[in-house]
Design a protein around this ligand. Structure first.
Ligand SMILES: *[C@@H]1O[C@H](CO)[C@@H](O)[C@H](O)[C@H]1NC(C)=O
Length: 341
């Protein structure tokens, strides 16, 4: 009974309901009403959002991030993602405003019951290359925890440390790996490990490479859903600033999951809605919103680089990124540092 209950909880957890949002965006682009879009996107402030704090912890201490590269990755994809993690807490001198670190400042506005803010300090402390597909080409949600277990197994010559104090495990699956619910309902999710599988309780997130299996859903807005019948309502498909639709689609999903795992790591801190098994979290509230004026299939006011690629944040090492906004608990609206007002 216990086990079934957990599996049920897990299945219902923390989903990135991008599909619903995209369907809504597509519907809006076609001029139909986007019911889900109206419900999910709050670019203007809203009293309808009942985001609440449920007394649990947030990630307030400096976080050690451990990336598990599952499957086959190329070095450009890895560098793009690594540099994004680094950009979260890079010094102001390394990237001009609006930077990725400026974007994270909105997430830092969330506190726990002791008044501690979410950390602004992420250190990429280890990487594990699971190039042998330790659990095969199809992973269930629970298998993700076994993938983490494998990466910390002492028998493994390049094992990651098992760090339940301030560790965060980020499992990234390559283009050819199928994951339960990937592309059907989610592009990524976060949760925490069970002691029975991994040995400890530690937060983790998974994100799938979005360029191959469902770019129109998980690499938005660098690709558009086939069924949308149009391309961004005339705004056109956006080019990715680092040249890889899949890896850059992942960036915004990774950012989304990091914001949510930090504000709701044990699924008992910050979320809206009455149902803790299907919470609406701080990034869910702003799906599809990347700049001022977003809505109806329009991503909002973002910048274009010299090659016409869309971005809204500057990263370290001269990189540019396009990342969705998150809910600001003080001004009670979706916000990002590229806001025009
Ligand atoms: C911590 O959160 C409070 C409440 O939102 C906010 O006023 C304060 O500026 C935050 N501190 C940092 C360092 O972000």
């Amino acid at each position: 009974m216990q086990k079934n209950r957990w599996i049920e909880l897990l299945l219902l957890c923390i989903c990135l309901l991008r599909f619903a949002s995209m369907a809504a965006a597509a519907a809006a682009a076609l001029g139909r009403s986007g019911e889900l879009g109206e419900e999910k996107n709050f670019e203007g402030s809203s009293d309808l959002v009942d985001l609440q704090y449920h007394m649990g912890p947030v990630l307030a201490s400096p976080v050690n991030v451990y990336i598990i590269w599952y499957g086959r990755w190329n070095q450009n994809q890895q560098a793009t993602i690594r540099d994004f993690i680094y950009s979260l807490s890079a010094p102001p001198s390394s990237a001009s405003y609006p930077s990725v670190a400026d974007w994270w400042r909105t997430v830092r506005l969330y506190t726990d019951q002791t008044g501690s803010n979410i950390t602004g300090n992420f250190v990429l402390s280890g990487e594990f290359y699971d190039y042998k597909y330790s659990h095969g080409g199809y992973l269930s949600r629970l298998d993700i925890q076994s993938v983490i277990k494998n990466s910390v197994a002492a028998s493994n010559p390049h094992a990651l440390p098992l760090n339940p104090h301030d560790g965060l495990y980020l499992v990234l699956t390559s283009a050819d790996v199928r994951v339960q619910d990937f592309c059907r309902a989610v592009c990524g999710f976060h949760y925490f490990t069970f002691p029975t599988i991994v040995g400890v309780t530690v937060p983790y997130a998974w994100v799938g490479y979005s360029g191959t299996q469902c770019p129109g859903m998980c690499a938005y807005p660098f690709a558009w859903p086939k069924y949308s019948g149009s391309t961004n309502g005339g705004h056109g498909i956006m080019k990715p600033p680092n040249g890889d639709v899949g890896a850059e689609g992942m960036i915004s999903v990774i950012a989304h999951e990091l914001a949510e795992v930090s504000s709701n790591p044990l699924v008992n801190a910050w979320y809206a809605g009455d149902d803790p098994t299907a919470p609406t979290e701080i990034a869910d509230l702003c799906l599809g919103v990347y700049g001022s004026g977003a809505g109806g299939g329009y991503v909002g006011a973002v910048s274009k680089d010299a090659w016409g690629s869309g971005y809204n944040l500057n990263g370290a090492k001269g990189r540019k990124y396009l990342v969705q906004w998150v809910w600001n608990p003080v001004s009670r609206r979706c916000y990002g540092p590229n806001a025009l007002d």
